[in-house]
Design a binder for this molecule. Structure first.
Ligand code: ADE
Length: 237
């Protein structure tokens, strides 16, 4: 029997405990149980050299906050990835990064090895990105306290795309319709508090249903884009 390819994910963090609950409860757990993914958590502090196990220091040039030092981050990634370093996609979590997209999730789901580095404090020494050949990635235009939640978001988005983790039709449909922008869904009961399910969905006419859903999805996308481009306080249509 041929072995299905699986994805190995290494996560480098100062807070490995943060991942326990989410990874135990979610679809990510299913991906791991079914052998589609393996996840290893690495505590960056294990690669510190001083007796205080320091991972951060004040920024050169002055300024607020602390910066994560390059050596423990670089050495943790190098020692874990070893010879695979060159062929591993290494993502560094930062609000200053390129926006993570469904397209990136799909690319990663088709690859063999991923490494996620979680920043903390004011950021990570800029040399980490250069030395490791990492891509800096953001999950959205807001600032979180660290890269752990973004890393969980990325793992979740990727895990559900691995073969057999959720029903293939769900993810196939998304790739045809675009980046997860969907039409409205309805299930029983047919009428609830005076609100009824659109007749067309009860018609059994598959072609018409497909067309209606495509039109609805386009409308949902249009409304979302309007909200995103409208100036603050001007959220009306
Ligand atoms: N670290 C802090 N905020 C972040 C964000 N929005 N995306 C990725 N990493 C982050």
């Amino acid at each position: 029997m041929t072995q299905q390819p699986s994805l190995h994910i290494d996560i480098f963090t100062l807070f490995p405990g943060m991942f326990e609950g989410p990874f135990r409860e979610s679809i990510v757990a299913r991906a791991v149980e079914s052998g589609q993914a393996t996840i290893a958590l690495h505590d960056i502090r294990d690669w510190t050299h001083d007796r205080h196990r320091s991972v951060d220091d004040r920024p050169y040039g002055g300024g607020a906050g602390m910066v994560m030092m390059a050596p423990p981050v670089v050495e943790s990634v190098e020692s874990v990835l070893g010879e695979d370093l060159e062929k591993t996609r290494i993502l560094l979590m930062s609000p200053a990064g390129v926006r993570f997209t469904q397209g990136m999730a799909r690319e990663i789901a088709g690859s063999a090895r991923l490494a996620l580095i979680c920043g903390h404090y004011e950021g990570i020494d800029a040399r980490v990105e250069t030395i490791l050949g990492a891509e800096t990635v953001s999950i959205g235009d807001y600032v979180l306290t660290g890269g752990e939640l973004p890393a969980m978001v990325i793992v979740d988005a990727v895990a559900r795309l691995l073969p057999g983790v959720i029903r293939a039709e769900s993810t196939d449909e998304e790739s045809h319709e675009g980046a997860g922008v969907e039409y409205p869904h309805f299930t029983r009961p047919v009428e609830y508090r005076g609100e009824v399910v659109p007749d067309i969905l009860l018609s059994g006419h598959h072609q018409n249903i497909r067309e209606w859903r495509a039109a609805q999805a386009a409308e949902v996308l249009e409304r979302r884009n309007q909200r995103e481009t409208a100036p603050p306080g001007d959220q009306t249509e």
